[in-house]
Design a protein around this ligand. Structure first.
Ligand SMILES: Cc1cc2nc3c(=O)[nH]c(=O)nc-3n(C[C@H](O)[C@H](O)[C@H](O)COP(=O)(O)OP(=O)(O)OC[C@H]3O[C@@H](n4cnc5c(N)ncnc54)[C@H](O)[C@@H]3O)c2cc1C
Ligand code: FES
Length: 261
């Protein structure tokens, strides 16, 4: 884990409510694995005091720069658009947490994301592509302009299904996945951004008897297991439940660990 005052390559509007921040942080970008995250200091002033956690959206090919796609939801993210200027500096802590695991024998995986959760997937897609694994994407958002990362699947020629609430109110992007999984075998499933979608993914994975992982989001303070402020109740192997820090044990968990805990 490194804390660095990273030069900001750019911090600009991406699409809809999203902004894209890129910083030069070779120690963090070089060590980062898919699904891990960084904790960003919003401002040097006392408020907002707590850092804000973000998935790393992408890492540059030379592994010197990393990107964060962030949605403006409250005071911290609103301030980030103003206090982290292109050409300035950004205080970044990372890489943090435990990310996704890609089974050695995996040849085809499905990734499902909704809203902000989609931002955790591109580093997994990049790693899968590097290992010659075929990725099927299922992305959903409230509106078309809040749908991110579709272009990253297109970069590799991976198929991607999208769904927005404005086009199909009440539809679930897991419905086409459920249909496809009747005829296509996947080696692992990954889901972020919606417990409703995670429950469906968990069932599909169980029917195929393959693992499913979920990237969890939780309010965080330290981001590295010290303050115990981000605990959730999880199922354990021994059929009991336990409290686990999302920042340290996660943010990626097996779906069986967190669903119905
Ligand atoms: C592992 C992980 C990865 C994430 N990845 C992404 C991502 O890639 N993209 C993205 O857009 N979002 C991501 N998020 C969500 C993101 O962290 C939140 O949207 C962000 O923190 C919102 O900050 P805010 O200040 O704008 O919102 P707010 O709702 O104002 O604040 C967010 C949190 O900050 C803390 N906080 C704020 N004010 C106070 C206070 N006065 N006292 C105490 N605590 C306070 C609380 O924990 C609060 O819930 C991720 C979250 C996690 C846990
Ligand atoms: S944020 Fe401090 S323990 Fe997780």
């Amino acid at each position: 884990m490194e804390q660095t005052r990273a030069p900001v390559t750019f911090n600009r509007h991406l699409t809809g409510d999203y902004w894209l921040l890129e910083v030069e942080a070779p120690q963090i970008a070089g060590a980062l694995r898919p699904g891990e995250f960084v904790n960003i200091l919003v401002d040097d002033r006392p408020a907002p005091y707590l850092r804000r956690p973000f998935s790393v959206y992408r890492v540059s090919a030379d592994r010197r720069r990393l990107q964060v796609a962030y949605k403006i939801v409250g005071e911290g993210t609103r301030l980030m658009t103003q206090t982290i200027p292109t050409g300035g500096y950004c205080d970044v802590l990372g890489p943090l947490g435990h990310g996704f695991s890609l089974p050695d024998e995996a040849r085809r995986i499905a990734v499902v994301g909704r809203g902000i959760g989609v931002a955790a997937l591109p580093t997994l897609v990049d790693e899968a592509a590097r290992r010659g694994i075929e990725v099927h994407g299922f992305l959903s958002a409230r509106t078309r302009d809040n749908l991110v990362a579709e272009d990253i699947f297109a970069e590799y020629g991976f198929p991607v299904v999208t769904q927005t609430d404005e086009q199909e109110p009440g539809a679930l992007v897991t419905t086409p996945l459920a249909t496809l999984s009747k005829t296509m075998k996947f080696d692992a499933f990954y889901v972020c951004g919606s417990n409703r979608l995670a429950r469906v993914v968990h069932q599909i994975a169980a029917a195929q008897q393959v693992p499913a992982e979920i990237a969890m989001e939780q309010d965080m303070a330290c981001g590295f297991g010290d303050c115990h402020g981000c605990v959730i109740e999880v199922n354990t192997e021994g059929n009991e439940t336990a409290w686990r820090e999302v920042c340290h044990y996660g943010p990626v968990f097996n779906t069986w660990e967190v669903l119905h805990a």
